[in-house]
Design a protein around this ligand. Structure first.
Ligand SMILES: Cc1cc2nc3c(=O)[nH]c(=O)nc-3n(C[C@H](O)[C@H](O)[C@H](O)COP(=O)(O)OP(=O)(O)OC[C@H]3O[C@@H](n4cnc5c(N)ncnc54)[C@H](O)[C@@H]3O)c2cc1C
Length: 278
């Protein structure tokens, strides 16, 4: 039960939402997209906002194709992403693996996941993999930031308190690439210990590996396509400067798993390119 009083508003646009945020002048406010994080936090008294801004009528859901990018509204649910013909193939693969059943798939949104920046979630790593741009809006300004710069730490992003995420742009060139995405979990419903996204050029050569779930933020290793498989693994291991150690896996285990998964990803893409079954 949510046991404190708060004002509730349902703005009709991103501009209206940003104007309402600006009026709060630092008072605690909660933006609700799908509410799958915010509402439980309010029920457990972890957040006591004075104002709740619900984005459900702000026109921020949907996927559209523009000249050189796919534009996704932050309030787009996983189910909507799965069914849109414009959703990039890599993102469709990521969304297909999201757990939590129909409640999470029908309520959870891409923008809510991006803004919450849970290190174990799939979306932060997916946005970095696809070189997405995030469009942020405050009352009297807008700015665009790259996904790789947006995630600062576990549950910390570049978003200022008076900003909302208004849209996400993903370069259309993503669908020209071959890719692989996998997560290593200890149980079907648990959070992943490591996720690996791998993007390859049309000739099946790996050009980018993104490691998620192993530390506070996802990170990318860009390749020039000349590296041997061993060199790719060395680059990934070298980039994993501070993998997490917790009850699920030590840092060494995470490093090892990331290496094995990277190797599998590179081989899976090469096999797919050659028409082999993996
Ligand atoms: C049982 C379960 C299983 C799950 N499994 C997975 C999984 O397999 N993979 C995975 O990646 N995730 C998983 N999740 C997490 C899920 O993806 C997130 O709960 C969901 O995407 C969050 O979206 P939301 O719209 O509900 O966020 P909300 O709760 O609405 O918002 C989350 C945060 O973002 C802020 N926010 C939301 N929208 C905006 C905006 N436009 N601008 C600024 N701030 C905003 C809110 O204020 C809040 O702080 C799971 C969750 C549960 C409960």
């Amino acid at each position: 039960m949510i046991a404190h009083r708060f004002k509730y508003s349902c703005p009709r646009s991103a501009e209206e939402a940003a104007a309402e945020l600006a009026q709060m002048e630092g008072e605690e406010t909660a933006i609700i997209s799908g509410g799958t994080w915010v509402v439980p936090e309010m029920s457990h008294h972890l957040r006591r906002p004075k104002l709740v801004i619900d984005l459900k009528l702000a026109g921020l859901a949907g996927v559209s194709a523009e000249a050189d990018a796919v534009v996704i509204g932050p309030a787009t649910t996983y189910t909507q992403l799965a069914h849109s013909k414009h959703t990039p193939n890599f993102l469709k693969k990521v969304v297909a693996g999201i757990t939590g059943g129909s409640q999470i798939r029908n309520r959870g949104t891409i923008g809510g996941s991006a803004c919450y920046a849970n290190p174990a979630s799939d979306i932060p790593g997916a946005l970095v993999t696809m070189k997405a741009s995030l469009h942020l809006r405050a009352h009297s300004s807008t700015r665009i930031v790259e996904a790789a710069d947006f995630f600062l730490d576990a549950n910390v992003t570049l978003l200022e308190p008076d900003e909302i995420l208004e849209s996400i742009s993903i370069p259309s060139t993503n669908d020209e690439n071959l890719f692989s995405y996998a997560k290593f979990k200890t149980a079907q419903g648990s959070w992943p210990i490591v996720t690996i996204g791998c993007i390859a050029s049309e000739d099946g050569v790996a050009r980018r590996v993104i490691v998620g779930g192993a530390g506070a933020i996802p990170f990318a290793v860009d390749l020039d396509g000349q590296e041997s498989e061993d060199e790719v693994l060395q680059r990934v291991h070298a980039a994993m400067r501070q993998p997490w150690s917790d009850v699920f896996a030590t840092a060494d285990t995470r490093r090892h798993i990331a290496g094995v998964m990277t190797q599998r990803a590179v081989r899976e893409i090469a096999a797919a390119k050659n028409g082999e079954k993996s």
